[in-house]
Design a protein around this ligand. Structure first.
Ligand SMILES: NC(=O)c1ccc[n+]([C@@H]2O[C@H](COP(=O)([O-])OP(=O)(O)OC[C@H]3O[C@@H](n4cnc5c(N)ncnc54)[C@H](O)[C@@H]3O)[C@@H](O)[C@H]2O)c1
Length: 372
């Protein structure tokens, strides 16, 4: 296999493309894997600014132009959520691999078309979020699989924050609150990927969903004071049924301004597993905590082995920031392997999100059809 750096184009030069933990600034950590050839954004000045700041050879004002003129093998899709499906399909049609921000698209039809197109053209499709690549997640999966907490009964998954308007957002956060986006697609998607990676595909969903406040005022940043009309539900909670009486409750809201609980708690017949992280959990909490009913003979107790603290693998993941999804694409292309961040997993997550809302509207639990 040719191990020359993959020639890359980036579509959408907004916040996640350019901020410190974002994609473009961190590509410098993997020069042996990628060569950033071009950036494109429908707002040309923004793309030009990024071109200058990161010394990118080529800049374009549209995806069409970039696909037509740039010598690239893959595109990183960093457009806002409502554009993912259509733009990723164009990229695949042009014969380029895709790395997409989450969610994969907003309809099942678009998603099926993406998977079919990638398959028929022999292209690799990697879809964010990246969490299942992180060592703490993989260790949690290993612990559950080897029975460390016994038969899983239920999980509580916190997958929300206060919303981009609640902080000092560097861009205009309006689209996050509007039809086609919202916290379920923006944030709930993280928890769905994680819990389904740990417990397997879900079989049924039941949800509650609504708008807590029809307007939000931007708290800080360049758009401070802007009033946003909220047209997407900003408060969605749902339950997943994994079969065998294993359940999970997951949130996807813009109403968690602070929390001290572990981000994910999984309760099993023989113990409890807590998963935390430094961004969305209490400060100083270890990434994993395990309670075992029989920690020592006849007595339960909490265990936090040192092996679960941040090791070199996690340090590399932290260093790469969001560019880890590009790093994963290159590994998959080079090694000809199916992505861990697969389009099929992303389709299952999307089905859950769409049906959680449908359940909230109809008051019924809804069966899930997809798997991964
Ligand atoms: N901002 C974050 O913290 C964050 C974190 C993780 C993932 N994401 C995901 O990254 C994606 C982008 O988010 P963001 O915060 O960077 O948004 P953003 O609004 O800051 O940037 C999006 C950019 O895409 C451009 N754009 C819109 N439509 C386009 C099109 N058809 N072709 C080319 N360019 C187009 C916009 O002009 C803008 O510059 C979203 O899917 C979001 O869910 C964002």
């Amino acid at each position: 296999m040719d191990r020359k750096p993959l020639k890359l184009g980036v579509l959408g030069t907004g916040m996640i493309a350019t901020t410190r933990g974002g994609v473009i600034p961190n590509l410098r950590h993997i020069p042996e894997k990628v060569e950033l050839v071009a950036v494109a954004d429908t707002v040309m000045e923004r793309a030009e600014q990024v071109q200058q700041e990161f010394a990118v050879p080529e800049v374009y004002g549209s995806l069409e132009e970039m696909l037509e003129r740039a010598d690239i093998e893959a595109v990183v899709n960093l457009t806002p959520i409502p554009f993912h499906g259509a733009t990723s399909l164009q990229i695949l049609e042009a014969g380029k691999h895709v790395v997409s921000e989450k969610p994969i698209a907003t309809t099942m039809e678009e998603t099926d078309a993406l998977i079919e197109m990638a398959h028929s053209k022999g292209l690799t499709f990697v879809c964010s979020p990246p969490n299942v690549l992180y060592p703490y997640h993989q260790e949690a999966r290993r612990l559950i699989a080897e029975g460390a907490i016994g038969q899983v009964a239920f999980a509580r998954v916190r997958s929300s924050h206060g919303g981009p308007a609640a902080g000092d957002w560097p861009g205009d956060p309006t689209w996050f609150y509007q039809e086609g986006s919202g916290p379920l697609f923006d944030m709930g998607v993280y928890g769905i990927h994680e819990i389904t990676s740990l417990l397997g595909p879900a079989k049924r969903v039941v949800g509650f969903s609504g708008i807590t406040d029809p307007t939000r005022t931007v708290h800080g940043g360049p758009f401070k004071g802007k009033e946003i009309e909220v047209t997407a539900d900003d408060n969605t909670l749902f339950m997943l049924d994994f079969g065998d009486s294993a359940f999970a409750v997951v949130d996807g809201t813009f109403n968690v301004n602070a929390a001290k609980s572990p981000r994910i708690e999984i309760f099993g017949r023989a113990g409890t597993l807590n998963m935390s992280d430094r961004w969305m959990s209490r400060d100083g909490a270890p990434p994993l905590e395990l309670y075992r009913v029989e920690a020592v003979p006849g007595m339960g107790g909490w265990l936090t082995p040192l092996a679960w603290s941040l090791g070199p693998q996690q340090e590399r993941a932290d260093m790469l920031g969001r560019a880890i999804i590009v790093d994963h694409l290159v590994d998959c292309v080079w090694e000809g392997k199916h992505p861990d961040l697969s389009a099929e997993h992303a389709r299952h997550a999307l089905e859950i999100m769409i049906k959680a809302i449908e359940s909230a509207r109809t008051g019924r639990a809804i069966d899930l059809q997809t798997t991964f």
